[in-house]
Design a protein around this ligand. Structure first.
Ligand SMILES: [Zn+2]
Length: 348
């Protein structure tokens, strides 16, 4: 067994090669919306704002009424409905639409899907919402007239995380928001601009893809070793299935990790390495590590519920850096996507 130190040295060489594959183009990075942190403080400065926020995810939809001012954010009236494939979401949205009208409150939406303006463009895990919204031309604002803004969940998470991070570290100006769960996604806030991106579709170096995982990439429609296929929680489950013919969910894999299953250990370690590399790749493309005290890294998604995985990601992140990166996990935050949707409505 090589020593941990050697493993990090080996990793450093491969990491440099993998990092070379990160550019704005390969990450499909796009400026999504201006987010003027000073303007937000000003707006929040003149009293308390009440808005309704909705968070639309693959397995549940949540709404809540937020009261936000400069120093605090509280929410009440939280309603959640569990569902599969987005079944019944339209009905839920119509109810919120009526409520917001009655109470004259504006609405912000966070959704785990591809959107354009207030329209739903593509979703892989909520086909029934897509079908039901079609009668409204896919447009959320035709269901909720007081809708002010729709953002995807990475953007909402970035905005919500900024608020959380600033409460702990007032000097935070930049956020790297990374999700690892059903996919590998990210967004950043830097120089008052929020960028959306798809780092999960960068190719994986063969040396960092020990089981040769591949997937049909939604962007190129070809069999590709996209990073998400090796790195995401779902990717890990798929490789495990392919190697053992046993279908096991993330929670069971986490149990096997703590009981010392060698294959599971290897899969999580490799994923942690690539997760850390993805964060460094994003940071370097956007020149964000020149001001580490202004930068907070926020990690979101089911894979980060695994204790050992979180520790590994932080270790790999620290390797090669001359400073201690500020890393947070949204499982310790209240609800960054919901709060982000509320704040997006306030600032828009
Ligand atoms: Zn892909």
């Amino acid at each position: 067994m090589p020593e941990r130190g050697n493993r990090f040295d080996q990793f450093a060489v491969l990491e440099r090669e993998q990092l070379n594959l990160f550019t704005q183009e390969t990450m499909r990075a796009k400026p999504f919306m201006r987010f003027d942190t000073r303007l937000l403080r000003e707006r929040l400065g003149n009293g308390s704002h009440r808005v309704i926020a909705i968070d639309i995810g693959g397995s549940k939809i949540t709404s809540a009424t937020f009261a936000i001012n400069q120093n605090s954010s509280t929410y009440s009236d939280e309603v959640t409905r569990q569902s599969r494939n987005g079944e019944g979401y339209l009905n839920f949205l119509q109810e919120v639409g009526q409520k917001s009208d009655k109470q004259s409150m504006q609405v912000g939406i966070s959704v785990g899907a591809v959107i354009e303006g207030t329209k739903l463009i593509h979703t892989s895990h909520m086909p029934n919402l897509f079908r039901d919204l079609a009668q409204f031309d896919g447009d959320f604002s035709r269901v909720i007239p007081r809708l002010k803004k729709v953002v995807n969940d990475s953007v909402a998470g970035t905005i919500g995380s900024l608020m959380e991070a600033q409460r702990r570290y007032p000097d935070t100006k930049q956020i790297i928001y990374l999700t690892n769960g059903s996919g590998l996604g990210a967004a950043v806030l830097t120089e008052d601009m929020i960028w959306s991106m798809e780092p999960g579709h960068i190719e994986t170096l063969p040396e960092l893809n020990p089981y040769g995982a591949k997937t049909t990439c939604v962007f190129t429609n070809t069999e590709t070793s996209c990073l998400h296929a090796v790195t995401s929680g779902i990717g890990i489950e798929n490789i495990y299935l392919q190697q053992t013919q046993e279908k096991v969910d993330g929670e069971e894999l986490a149990r096997r990790l703590s009981s010392g299953d060698k294959l599971v250990e290897k899969l999580y370690e490799n994923s942690a390495m690539l997760t850390a590399t993805t964060i460094k790749g994003i940071a370097s493309v956007f020149g964000m590590l020149n001001s580490p005290s202004e930068t907070t890294i926020v990690c979101h998604g089911g894979t980060f519920n695994v204790d050992k995985f979180r520790d590994l990601v932080v270790q790999f992140l620290k390797a090669g850096l001359r400073f201690e990166p500020r890393v947070h996990f949204t499982k310790d935050f209240k609800n960054p996507c919901l709060e982000g949707a509320a704040l997006a409505a306030i600032i828009s």
